[in-house]
Design a binder for this molecule. Structure first.
Ligand code: FAD
Length: 553
């Protein structure tokens, strides 16, 4: 734990040195001594302390200073740190001012200058005050603090990013926490730009991009080398498995992930059908294990970096990142998976992050404890979500357009849901509109057979309405099927026995696209069966094809 601060303020350099010396002499082990030569300097130090989550235990301030008097300064400092002890250093002539400030600003004590010897005239007073302060002191969270508004989409996205990258943080709700609100206003001059990310060291970040945030919290965002044998695009199960096998086979391997390792699986509240985990495993846990495993064998992982293009410059493949940088390699694996389909109904887009969420939003679910939430979708991800929310919510209403869950959900989940008294499944029902001003207050639902509509009050709406392949970026490079999934190996359309545009006198390897050296695996690949185990299997198996390819370059 960082040491609380003792802040000494005096405009007389001699006196300030003496105060600092005596304070360090006695308190340096448990407190950090900070000094300031004026009221203005002390206030600036206070704002910086607050931004860094440092806590002052005591202010020792000279009364008679040019500009701002000690009493005036303590009145200001009290606004920042109401719990800190306040001591005024005075000359005899200032006694009245000191006594008056006991009522005015809640002064804890005043001490006459000079205070020599400190053992008799300084330490006993400060020891008592610090003991009283420590009795009340609750050490603040020392990591990253995120100050924002509960219904802000930007704040929700930063929370999700930190949670999914397993970066611990403390959430400060500026609507409920006056101190956090004041801090944000002091840092940004208002509440328009949120969130404000506060760090133990260095200046805060205001409404940062994922890349700015990733760089600041120490996640790798820039490749260490200009060239790799293999670059893996996407850090879901397929990409992580491929990176692990690439590294264990001795290939220099770089994995580039635009959001957080784990992909879709990383958002799952509990994966119960992945081999080797009899009690199931949370997506976050699986992501952390797989990332650690790949790194252990030397794979390099970049986060918050999107691959926006791949160029063919035989024998190299040039991978372009969203920040404009490029990295070269021999082989590329596209493991970009799928992204959520959006629901086209009035009010949905506007309320995303303010009660409406795509996917399980594990970071948000607990904040709907004891409330009614709705889940849209009939596949496994929706089923898992409903089981997860049933632990917090008073009621979970599942809305499915089909006649029931049988058509799209695994048996184990259907049986589980049937045992949950607070989960209701509504077949032939869809969302017609999301209702609410600043945040979701309810939904208008429509019965798809009768067209009848009703309003359902609910605090949150979790959408699992299907997914589409993450392949747009590479549409000009690789062959895709009519739904956008990437075609590979034997699935590639052929002309005169060879894939269109294929110039080599060999067939494409398994998982190889129509571009030699560019492979695809996992959910983005046409024909994949969209399960964690399958993605891991494809990612691992693709390394064999990649090695065969590398033997040809
Ligand atoms: C909520 C939920 C629960 C699920 N539960 C289960 C379950 O219990 N059991 C099961 O077997 N399956 C489950 N699935 C399905 C499973 O998660 C997927 O089949 C699996 O994650 C697919 O892995 P993938 O690596 O192919 O793709 P993804 O997991 O989709 O990962 C692709 C990654 O690529 C990144 N990316 C995309 N484009 C780019 C780019 N241009 N640059 C950089 N990075 C990029 C994405 O950000 C993403 O992280 C679930 C899915 C969801 C959504």
């Amino acid at each position: 734990m960082t040491r609380p601060v003792l802040l000494a303020v005096d405009d007389d350099p001699e006196v300030l040195r003496a105060v600092e010396r005596d304070l360090r002499e006695r308190y340096r082990e448990h407190y950090q001594v900070v000094k300031a030569r004026s009221g203005e300097e002390a206030l600036a130090a206070a704002v910086e302390m607050q931004q860094r989550g440092r806590v002052p235990a005591l202010f020792l301030v000279d009364q008679r200073m040019p500009g701002m008097t000690g009493t005036a300064l303590l009145a200001e400092l009290r606004k920042h740190f109401p719990a800190a002890k306040k001591v005024l250093l005075t000359a005899y002539a200032d006694t009245d001012a000191a006594i008056a400030s006991i009522n005015e600003i809640g002064l804890d004590h005043y001490l006459m200058k000079p205070w020599h010897p400190p053992e008799e005239r300084l330490y006993p007073v400060l020891d008592d005050l610090l003991a009283a302060w420590r009795a009340e002191f609750r050490p603040p969270f020392e990591g990253i603090r995120l100050a924002g508004a509960p219904w802000s989409r930007d704040c929700y996205q930063v929370k999700e990013f930190l949670a999914r990258n397993q970066v611990p943080y403390q959430w400060l709700d500026v609507e409920r926490d006056a101190e956090a609100r004041a801090l944000v206003e002091r840092t940004t001059g208002g509440l328009t730009r949120l969130p404000v990310v506060l760090f133990p060291e260095g200046p805060p970040l205001v409404a940062p991009t994922p890349l700015e945030l990733a760089t600041r919290v120490g996640l790798a965002t820039r490749a260490e080398q200009p060239f790799y044998d293999l670059i893996v695009v996407g850090g879901g199960p397929a990409g992580l498995a491929n990176a692990l096998y690439g590294a264990t086979e001795g290939l220099s391997t770089l994995l580039v992930e635009q959001n957080a390792p784990g992909g879709q699986a990383g958002t799952s509240s509990r994966i119960e059908n992945y081999l080797g985990f009899p009690a199931g495993v949370t997506g976050a846990d699986l992501a952390q294990r797989a990332t650690a495993q790949a790194r252990r064998f030397g794979a390099e992982l970049l986060t918050a970096q999107e691959v926006v293009g791949i160029e063919r410059q035989d024998p190299y493949r040039i991978v372009r990142l969203a920040d404009g940088s490029t990295v070269a390699c021999y082989a590329v694996l596209l493991a970009t998976g799928t992204s959520v389909r959006t629901l086209d109904a009035p009010g949905i887009e506007r309320l995303v992050g303010a009660g409406v969420y795509y996917g399980a939003a594990p970071g948000e679910a607990a904040s709907y404890r004891g409330q009614h939430v709705a889940v849209v979708g009939g596949a496994n991800s929706a089923g898992q979500g409903a089981v997860y929310f049933s632990r917090f919510a008073s009621r979970v209403t599942m809305l499915v357009r089909s006649r029931g869950l049988e058509t799209s959900m695994s048996r184990y989940l259907i049986d589980r849901i049937a045992t949950l008294p607070n989960v209701e499944v509504r077949p032939h029902t869809e969302v017609a509109e999301a209702l609410g001003g600043q945040h979701l207050e309810g939904i208008r639902v429509r019965q798809t057979e009768s067209g009848a509509e009703e309003t359902l009050p609910c605090a949150a709406l979790f959408l699992f309405v299907g997914s589409k392949p993450h392949s747009e970026r590479f549409a000009a490079l690789v062959e895709r099927d009519e739904r956008g999934f990437v075609l590979t190996g034997p699935d590639l359309p052929r002309e005169r026995g060879r894939p269109r545009g294929w110039t080599l006198d060999r067939d494409p390897f398994l998982f190889e696209t129509n571009v030699p050296g560019v492979f695809a695996a996992g959910d983005v690949r046409a024909g994949a069966n969209r399960r964690v185990a399958a993605a891991v299997g494809e990612g691992s198996a693709a390394i064999y094809s990649i090695q065969r390819y590398l033997e040809t370059v």
